[in-house]
Each structure stands twice: as structure tokens, then as C-alpha cells.
Design a protein around this ligand. Sequence first.
Ligand code: GLN
Length: 198
Amino acid sequence: MKIAVLALQGGVSEHINHLKSLGCEAVEVRKAEELDGLDGLILPGGESTTVGKLLKETGILEKLRKKILNGFPVWGTCAGMILLAKKIENDESRHLQTMDITVRRNAYGGQINSFLVEQKIEQICSEPIPLVFIRAPYITKVESNVQIICKINNNIVAARQGNMLATSFHPELTNNLEMHKYFLNMCRENFSDLYELS
Ligand code: GLN
């Protein structure tokens, strides 16, 4: 399988390494043309405002948005979650707007409020896994078509809507591969029946 990581800004190499250790061909995407021929894409952590701006400038935004709405599997971690959200509670900017979630940026406060917890996520793993939060957003509202995957202190930190996965935390910064395995299984599914192909 060929899986890409959006490489405009942020934590790219850690995702690439995880994908490689699971036997994928892992590539970086910086141009709209590079979105062709992929089985899935990870939108990594970083600064969503910066990445959102670069998405527009490179022409990736419109092409990727269309692809996602046609069933292309994507996973947004942290800033990536913000890029996917239809609504951002405390920010005027809007990016891909494909996922029916409302998010709150920097929901836990600043860098100083970054933290690590261990949690078992029913759908993902049978043992607790480490979850790293860095200036993380969380989801404050989901529409009924969105499945909640994980909550911490009653805040939603992982959710899935068909071909879209969003996590507040950074599995690429731990040695655990379970979330990446889960996403690769998503990439093996076919979502074309979810959407009217255009
Ligand atoms: N605070 C960042 C934002 O709002 C996200 C932080 C991260 O991706 N680690 O875009």
C-alpha cells in the first residue's frame, strides 16, 4: 500500500517511520499532483493556520477536498483534525471542511498543558496505549453520522466518519503502532458507495 503524509509543515517524519515499520510505501506530499495514486493520506500535527494557508496556495486544498468527498481515506492528527472539521469554535478560519465535527483549537491551553495519558480504546486495541496531547484540540460536537472512538474526561479526542479519521493526540510520537494499523485497515476499505462519485 502507498500511503502519504502531507508535508507542508509539522510532524511528518514520525508518521513516515511508523508507516514504513508497518510495511507501507510511505511518501511525502507537497504538490497537488502528488495526490494521485495513493491509498490514503495522513494530515499531521503542526499549526493548522499555516498548513491551511499552504493548502490553498499549493492547490492541494480543492483537489484533496474533492478526493475526500469521493471516499479517499484520510487521517488528521491534532492540527490535521482541525483541517478536516466543518466548524472551528474559536477560530474564523475554515480549511477542508469535510468532517461533520466542531472542534475547539488549543482546547487544553498552551504548550505547558501538553500531557500524556494511557487509555484503552475499545475499537483500536485490547491494552491501554499512550496518547500524547500537544496544544491539542478536542471535538465539542459531532453530527449523528460521526462515530465517537475515544473520550478523555468526557471530551471527544478521536472520531470517525466513513473514510475520515480524526485524533486530537499524536500516536506517531509513541512507539505504539495500533492507531496506524487501524488507519491502514481503513485504507483497505472501499468507501465509494458512501458518496455520489463525480
Ligand atoms: N495548536 C495547533 C493548532 O491549533 C495544533 C497543535 C498540534 O498539531 N500539535 O493548529
